[in-house]
Structure formats: C-alpha cells, structure tokens
Ligand binder design. Structure first.
Ligand SMILES: *[C@@H]1O[C@H](CO)[C@@H](O)[C@H](O)[C@H]1NC(C)=O
Length: 308
C-alpha cells in the first residue's frame, strides 16, 4: 500500500516536471485583446486584428516584446499619437539580431479609403527596421509621415492605391542598409499599386541619399525624368519594371556612380535611333541590365530584342 502511494507521488511529480519543462520551453506569452502570438520561432509574430483591438496598442501589453508586429484588417485611421503607446521602452538593443524587426500594416480591401496615417502615427516606433503596407487605399502620404522611424532598412508599399502624396513624404527618414541585420536591403519599394499620377511627384526621393535599391514595379508610370533619382547617390540597384515607359532620357544616370544593376523587365521600348543610348552607356560603365530590352516601336522592330 505505502509503496503504491509512493509510486503515485513519484508519477505526479514526474508530470509536474514535464508540464514545467513545456512551460519553460514555450514560454508564457501575453498579448493585448485582439492580438494573437505565433511562437513558431524564437522571436514569434504578433498579429493584431484592427477591428478587435483597442487603440492605442500598449507596449506593456506584449510579452515577449513585439519584434515582429502585424496589424491586419485595417479599415480606418491610425492616428497621430493615438495608435501606439509606451514603445519608447522598446530598446533596439534588446532585438534578436537574427530577425529583422518589422511592422506590417495590412488593410481590409473592401474599404474605399482603408488607411489614414499622419505625421506622428509612428511615434516611438524607431525600433522598426522594416515597414510593409499591403493592400491599402491611402488617402494621403503627408510630409514627414515616416520620420518617427528615423532609419529603416526596408519600406514596401504594395497593392492598393495612394490617392495623394506630399513631395516631403519621405522627409526626415533615412532608408538604407542597416548594419548587423540579416539580408540588409536598403530598399524602397512601390509595387502593384495605383499612384497619384503617371509620373513621379517632383522631388519625392530627393532626401534618400542612402537608399540602395529603389523598386517601382507595376505602378502605372508612363515616363521618367533625369531628376527622379539624381539625388539617390547611394543607389546600387534600380528596378523600373512592368510600367508603360518607352524611353529613358539621356543623362538619367548622371551622378549615380554606384549603380550596378538596372532592371527594366516588362518594358516595351521605343527603339527609334538614339532612344537606346543607355545600352551603350551601361556597357561602358559596367552596369548590368536585367530583364532584356524589347522593342514596342517602331513597328519594324516590334518584339525584337535590342542589344548594344
Ligand atoms: C546617410 O548615412 C550616413 C551614414 O550612416 C548618415 O550619417 C547620414 O545621416 C545619412 N543621411 C541621411 C540623409 O539620412
């Protein structure tokens, strides 16, 4: 009898140890109401449903710290000073350097204007290294809207539409390759979206002297001008793909001495006489052209591949 009880005590003790080990291994996590935590790797990802959370999202409501944060189903305003709180306590020094620190804003696609942001929306969010905005219809990107991030490795706006954009939208933000993070990109990307116009807002990228890669894919551009990227002296890769441009103005690469790769995939060139000057220019200057060069016009050259 006594022996059996001892065995029971031992079995129960064993169970406690197993449960304890599971708790230690997976950790205890807390998330604000409306947010869930996926702990499938050592940093984990929080996903917060815009329609279920109460803003502001408080840093203190997350344990472990939200190094990767997704807000989805957005359909409304992320107000200045009223979206995030207490994030000044999130020290960049505490980030797990094996993972890029990211903020993902994903919109509900049904709304007419699905995302309204302002200068100050991202107060204290300078721990973020990568910002992605997906499938949002953005009424306006006002001046300095991203300034609170201070420095970003990557900024991607993909899908959806931007109705208006201030020439100073990228004011006081430094986009460039960050040291000490895996796969640093130094990337600014606009892709698969409707822009306010078919040409770039004059001066929109002027302040981005450290950006390493600008990617403009399928955003309805019909023309580019020499001044569009002339200040982006840190540029290594320029992607202008799947747009309706037909020519590149001469002098387009002046001052961009570090450029190594240009990608004009999906471009139907006007191959008349001098329009393909950049093929020779690229050859002379050791610039790799990706995506080939297909002639749309003149009709005698249509679909022919041009080469220098
Ligand atoms: C570009 O990078 C350098 C070196 O990190 C930094 O000192 C400078 O402030 C950056 N410039 C801008 C405009 O962000």
């Amino acid at each position: 009898m006594g022996k059996d009880r001892n065995m029971n005590v031992l079995t129960n003790f064993g169970l406690y140890v197993v449960v304890l080990m599971i708790l230690i291994q997976y950790g205890q996590s807390t998330a604000p109401t409306g947010c869930t935590f996926d702990s499938s790797d050592s940093v984990g990802i929080y996903t917060c449903d815009y329609t279920a959370v109460t803003l502001p999202l408080a840093y203190s409501g997350f344990s472990p710290a939200p190094q990767r944060l997704v807000i989805n189903k957005i359909e409304g305003t992320l107000g200045s000073g009223s979206t995030f709180s207490g994030f000044s306590s999130f020290s960049s020094a505490s980030l797990d350097k094996n993972y890029i620190a990211s903020l993902d804003l994903q919109c509900s696609t049904s709304a007419v204007v699905s995302l309204t942001i302002a200068a100050g929306t991202f107060t204290d969010m300078n721990w973020v290294q990568k910002l992605t905005i997906t499938n949002c219809r953005i009424a306006n990107l006002p001046a300095d809207v991203f300034a609170d991030f201070g420095q970003l490795d990557t900024l991607i706006i993909t899908g959806g539409k931007i109705d208006a954009m201030d020439a100073g939208a990228f004011g006081n933000i430094d986009i460039g390759k960050l040291d000490l993070i895996p796969q640093a990109a130094g990337l600014l990307e606009f892709s698969n979206l409707e822009m306010p116009a078919t040409t770039l807002t004059t001066g929109i990228f002027t302040s981005l002297v450290n950006v390493s890669h600008i990617k403009l894919d399928n955003i309805g551009l019909t023309a580019v001008v020499t001044t569009d990227f002339s200040s982006n002296t840190g540029l290594h890769t320029l992607t202008i793909s799947n747009n309706a441009i037909t020519t590149i103005p001469s002098g387009f690469f002046t001052g961009l001495d570090g450029i190594g790769i240009v990608d004009f995939s999906g471009t139907s060139w006007d191959c008349s006489c001098t329009n393909l000057w950049f093929l020779t220019f690229a050859d002379t200057n050791g610039i790799e052209i990706q995506g080939g060069a297909n002639c749309g016009t003149p009709s005698t050259h249509a679909s022919k591949f041009s080469s220098s």
